[in-house]
Design a protein around this ligand. Sequence first.
Ligand code: PAF
Length: 284
Amino acid sequence: MEILRTVDELKTAAANAVAQGKSIGLVPTMGALHAGHLSLVERARRENDVVFVSIFVNPTQFNNPEDLKTYPRTEEADCAKISDAGVDFAFIPSVEEIYPEEDTRVFDLGEVAAVMEGPMRPGHFNGVAQIVSRLFEWARPTRAYFGEKDFQQIAVIRRMVEIEGGFNGLEIVDCPIVREEDGLALSSRNVRLSADARMAAPLIHKILAKSVNFAKDHSVADTIRFVTEELDSHPLIKVEYYSIVNPLTMQPLQSWGDCKMAPQGCITAYCGDVRLIDNIKYNH
Ligand code: PAF
C-alpha cells in the first residue's frame, strides 16, 4: 500500500488509474478504523480495480472544538489494518494540505440536512460536504462507500453529489451497520465510553429492535414515546432525539402511511458523556 500525503499525489494516482480504464473505489474515513470501516474497505476491494482510503479528521465538520481535539488518532494501526485488507492507496493529508485557504463554500443541502443532526450540529453537514466534495473531485471514484450508521449523512452526501453535477456518474454505496456482539453499533467514539457507559450502550439497539415489534400495533408517536421513555429510564442514557423518518427525504413521519418505503428510526443519545447515534428500519 502506498501512502499519499499531498493532493497532487492523490490526483496523479487517480489519473493513472483512470487512464488505464480502472474502476476506483473510495472509502472516506476520519481514521480510528474499526471492523465497520473494514467492511466498507472489503466491499470496495471486491467491487473495484483500485481502492483508495482517505484518513483525515476534517476540522470543518466539528462544531465542538473539544470533540475535534479528543477525536482518536491512530494512524499507524489504521495503516496496518487497511494494508492487510488490500488497499492500494491511503491518502493521509495534513489540514494545511486540504485547506490551504479557508473553505467558504456553503452547500444548499436542502431538506435532508434541515432536521435531526442538521440543527443539532450547526455547520456539521456543510463541513462534510466540503471535504467529501474535494475527495470526490481529486480521487475521481467510480464508487464511494459509506456506513449506514450515519444514515442522514448518506442522504446529505447524495444531495451534495446531485447539486455538484454527479461527479461523472459516481455511485454512492451504502453499507450495513456493523455491531458488537451485544448490539452496540461500531463507532470510533465507543473507545471513549466509561466501563459503566459501555455496559449501558447496547440498550440503545436493544430498545430500537424491540420497538419494531411494538410499532406493529402502535402509532408513530407512541413508538417514539416508547423508545424515548425506555431509554431515558436508564440512569446513564439520555435521548437527544428520536425521529422516525422517510428514508429518502429524512422528513419525520406523522403516521406510518406517510411513507411508501420502509421508515427509518434515527436516534442520538448520550451514554454517559459520549454522544452515540444509531438507527433502525421499520417494516411498515
Ligand atoms: O463519516 C465520516 O467518517 C466522515 O463524516 C467523513 C465522511 C469521512 C467525512 O469526513
